[in-house]
Write a new protein. Structure first.
Length: 178
């Protein structure tokens, strides 16, 4: 059972700019159409957990639904799944440990945790096992940070780095538990 964050940040640690936009993620030329290991990562995932804001961003993309795994959306305000996504998106709410226990009982063992607030809440509850962070060489100077305050430090061990298109660095970290 693994809860993994797979995300890109700016050099200064933001996942979205001051206008809650992610256009800057596409400023790096990618002439070979690399997916930076995303499809390999997704092959090992059983389901995704994301927040409502992240779902809204994904729904705004000008493409087909990008996931072939169930997407569980944490929300206290959504009352129904957007039309056309009833077999892809499932609303959940409550205590994160209880949610994870329920999902594990349903057979979803390896989860992709996505979205700023969702990731921060999982980290506060010490429920993240792996971080895969791709750093984009841009300073945004503000926006939505990947990390927020924690009550106590969480130690991770660096296990791998990869460089893509001569300027992106993807670092893999695993949670060290005592």
């Amino acid at each position: 059972m693994t809860n993994t964050v797979y995300i890109a940040t700016s050099l200064d640690g933001y996942i979205a700019d001051k206008n809650n936009q992610i256009d800057w993620l596409h400023d790096i030329p990618n002439p070979d159409g690399l997916d930076f290991g995303f499809s390999q990562f997704m092959a090992g995932i059983d389901a995704l957990i994301m927040g409502r804001n992240t779902l809204e961003i994904v729904l705004s993309f000008d493409c087909e639904w990008p996931y072939n795994k169930p997407v569980f959306v944490l929300s206290n305000t959504m009352t129904k799944v957007p039309s056309g996504y009833e077999d892809k998106v499932f609303l959940i709410q409550g205590d994160l440990s209880t949610i994870l226990s329920d999902l594990h009982q349903q057979g979803y063992q390896n989860l992709y945790i996505d979205g700023g607030v969702t990731i921060q809440n999982f980290l506060r509850a010490d429920l993240i096992d792996q971080l895969i962070i791709t750093t984009i060489p841009v300073l945004l100077g503000g926006g939505i940070p990947l990390f927020a305050d924690l009550e106590a430090p969480l130690k991770f061990r660096h296990v791998k780095s990869e460089q893509f298109v001569d300027c992106l660095v993807q670092n893999h970290f695993v949670r060290e538990r005592e």
